[in-house]
Ligand binder design. Structure first.
Ligand code: ATP
Length: 195
């Protein structure tokens, strides 16, 4: 049963978005737990240095998800300040004041959770849903005690954006790793050292 007024947020650098992300999105939709899923490419990620520009990453995200029933938000790309999740939570709360919010993260991201800007404030406004990622078990000792969280097994695919960038840079095939529209965009814009 779909929960009414329950929004899931999936943020990321998406440098580029890949089939591992798309799989997470499809499985979250299939779970029926949320009335809406909002995908948020980071504008100025403060813990990563993206290779592609924010506008290219946003465009690839839109292309990859054009036929999937989700909303792609440009709120972090439009913001001038570093892309803190808490600011995105506030933006989405003011747009959807009646909704509860759940922030989705991969299990690899748990290790850095305690360093997130205003994590205590964030914890009072969202629940976390941890997606198990191959090779990254849920390290409960790294999860701040004040956070409300659950985890979900979605048989995540062992794909990373790093792998995609590396393959493009050496001219290897990426057709198993990203949607065709994203591969075409990467080659058209010559991203990641594409020839
Ligand atoms: P990079 O390789 O550049 O570090 P990435 O593949 O981890 O990138 P991000 O855009 O940084 O991609 O990830 C956004 C979110 O998606 C994070 O919460 C991350 O844990 C999660 N995620 C990324 N890839 C997968 C995957 N294959 N399966 C499940 N979750 C994933």
């Amino acid at each position: 049963m779909t929960a009414t007024n329950s929004i899931a947020i999936f943020g990321g650098t998406f440098d580029p978005i890949h089939n591992g992300h798309v799989h997470v999105i499809s499985e979250i939709l299939k779970s029926g737990k949320f009335s809406k899923l909002v995908i948020v490419p980071a504008g100025k990620p403060w813990q990563k240095s993206p290779t592609a520009s924010a506008s290219n990453r946003l465009e690839m995200t839109k292309l990859a998800l054009s036929e999937i029933d989700v909303e792609v938000s440009d709120c972090e790309v439009k913001r001038d300040t570093p892309s803190y999740a808490i600011d995105t939570v506030h933006d989405l709360h003011s747009l959807n004041p009646e909704s509860s919010l759940t922030w989705i993260i991969g299990s690899d991201a748990i290790a850095g959770l305690s360093t997130w800007n205003r994590i205590d404030e964030m914890a009072s406004e969202v629940e976390f849903l941890i997606v198990l990622r191959p090779g990254h078990t849920v390290d409960q000792s790294a999860i701040p005690h004040f956070i409300k969280w659950t985890s979900i097994e979605i048989h995540a695919r062992d794909i990373s954006a790093t792998q995609v960038r590396e393959k493009v840079s050496v001219g290897s095939d990426i057709s198993d790793l990203v949607p065709p529209s994203v591969a075409a965009y990467i080659y058209e814009k010559k991203l990641y050292g594409a020839a």
